[in-house]
Design a protein around this ligand. Structure first.
Ligand code: GLU
Length: 307
């Protein structure tokens, strides 16, 4: 298949829609991003990459980081992790407090904010320090992306903290139900720091390979997690990766994927490739509008959906 030609075709087709999305504006550092940017990359199992657009431009990965913190926590705690968080879609916005209240402080899944904050708390327990927990997430990401240059943007994480009232409220609510062990501010700070990691689509598509290959990096043969755990993470991405638009994403794209409010999306074609797309303008559910469209075009043109 001529992947390069397909990516170029997609890029042409989606560009007119770039102005239709709305960039995240809850913090100034994200509100100032130019919405007229687009990049898409795929990485195959032998390391071959195909990319189009602003493929070298690093952006805030935001909630995509939840896939990596969940991976680390699942590897560390195994099934015990599910005593703290569930695996069902929430059907609610990513930062909703309501469901968490009536479900007694147990988040529906690791990809809504409450769930990801809870996962971060579990990692702080395990590494016995907030700083180490953050560094382990960062180092894991560097390892799966095979890139040591990856950093977290402090301007973004500080700004997240300054405007983070709702996430802090979610953490406090979990704490009130005894489902958060560490200091709220410290846990939320680690969460914001891993959300503020910056990567480009080339790095992200490379980083997804272990999930496309049963937990083993196909390029260097490193096993990160068991095949069983990789299956679970893919399943949670498919059912919960796009918040209350997860059904819509499965319907139109048909791949396990995870979005972030920075406009990035990662997806996996099992046994074949990692994919990442970036277009900062979001749809009403907080997922990249053009990114979702580009992935839909990709699976339509290549017939590479899992269905
Ligand atoms: N840092 C963002 C927040 O907690 C992540 C949300 C997202 O990417 O969907 O609000």
């Amino acid at each position: 298949m001529d992947y390069q030609a397909i990516l170029e075709e997609i890029s042409q087709e989606v560009r007119p829609f770039l102005k239709n999305g709305k960039v995240a504006d809850y913090i100034p550092a994200l509100a100032s991003v130019d919405p007229e940017q687009f990049a898409m990359s795929i990485t195959l199992f032998d390391g071959t990459q195909y990319s189009v657009g602003d493929m070298d431009k690093c952006f805030s990965i935001q909630s995509i980081s939840k896939v990596f913190s969940f991976t680390l926590a699942l590897k560390t705690f195994g099934k015990k992790l599910y005593e703290r968080i569930g695996i069902e879609p929430s059907g609610n916005p990513f930062n909703s407090l309501v469901q968490l209240e009536y479900e007694h402080g147990k988040p529906r899944n690791p990809f809504i904010n409450a769930g990801a904050i809870n996962v971060t708390d579990a990692l702080v327990n395990h590494y016995k320090s907030d700083e180490l927990a953050f560094l382990e997430v960062l180092n894991f990401i560097k390892s799966i992306a095979d890139d040591d240059s990856i950093l977290s943007n402090e301007i973004v994480s500080k700004s997240e903290m300054e405007y983070g009232h709702r996430n802090i409220a979610l953490a406090n609510l979990m704490k009130s139900f005894n489902n958060l062990d560490n200091d709220v501010t410290k846990v939320v700070d680690v969460y914001f720091r891993h959300c503020s990691i910056e990567m480009n689509t080339k790095m992200l598509s490379r980083a997804m390979l272990y999930l496309a290959n049963h937990g083993v990096d196909p390029i260097n043969a490193k096993r990160y997690i068991s095949a069983q755990q990789a299956k679970r993470i893919n399943a949670v991405m498919l059912t919960c990766g796009h918040y209350d638009a997860s059904g819509d994403f499965a319907f139109h794209v048909g791949l396990p994927g995870k979005s972030g409010v920075g406009g990035g999306i990662v997806a996996v074609v099992p046994k074949l490739m990692g994919i990442s797309v970036w277009a900062p303008g979001l749809n009403a559910q907080g997922n990249s509008l053009v990114g979702t469209k580009a992935l839909e075009l990709f699976t339509s043109k290549t017939s590479l959906s899992i269905f």
